[in-house]
Design a protein around this ligand. Structure first.
Ligand code: IMP
Ligand code: MG
Length: 179
């Protein structure tokens, strides 16, 4: 079947098409444009997963803005290791800036909590979180998720930047694991 694929030995079925994703990403960008109208924003993309979302989101942002990336990793296989590491930091000062963190997916929230805490130490004016995918049933942190593309159930997904053990990030649609 065309809308079923195998990634790294597991079967997945299409759950969000590229055009659905593009439409929603543009809507999220519009929300940000209107909330920060007339202000400058520093976007911080979380690698690797957010590279496609960050690219598409920024194309629809009309604010005076900058973007940097940081790299973290918390997953191995299809479940969280519970361990969050920051691998590459940012060099530029965030003091007094409007910071918007761009994530691919918020699951337990441990990653975003750790990132928000580290960024707060640089005294930004504020920190907002923008995630493409959000699993609210698993989320167990107190960090507000300010912008999200899609709320989804607790199923493993790949595509549009999201990976299964490094594979599948190149897919333009988002796929859910077939159990
Ligand atoms: P958290 O710390 O539990 O919120 O996990 C967030 C990170 O885990 C994300 O940045 C992703 O890299 C990864 N992740 C969580 N759920 C999925 C999924 O369904 N597919 C692929 N990666 C996921
Ligand atoms: Mg990841």
């Amino acid at each position: 079947m065309k809308n079923e694929i195998t990634v790294n030995g597991k079967r997945f079925g299409v759950s969000l098409t590229s055009s659905e994703i593009q439409k929603r990403v543009a809507e999220v960008a519009e929300q940000i444009n209107s909330d920060f109208k007339g202000q400058e924003v520093v976007f911080i993309g979380i690698l690797n997963g957010s590279f496609m979302f960050a690219a598409d989101l920024l194309k629809s942002i009309n604010l005076v803005s900058k973007i940097s990336f940081i790299k973290v990793s918390s997953y191995q296989g299809t479940s969280s290791t519970g361990e969050v590491k920051q691998l590459i930091g940012i060099s530029e000062s965030l003091e007094g800036k409007n910071v918007i963190v761009i994530e691919d997916i918020v699951d337990t929230g441990r990653t975003i909590k750790m990132i928000a805490n580290q960024l707060k130490q640089q005294n930004p004016a504020n920190i907002k979180i923008a995630t493409l995918m959000f699993k609210p049933t698993v989320y167990s942190e107190d960090v507000t998720i300010d912008y999200y593309g899609f709320k989804i159930p607790n199923d493993f997904i790949v595509g549009y930047g999201l990976d299964y053990d490094g594979y599948g990030r190149n897919l333009k649609d988002i796929y859910t694991i077939i159990k």
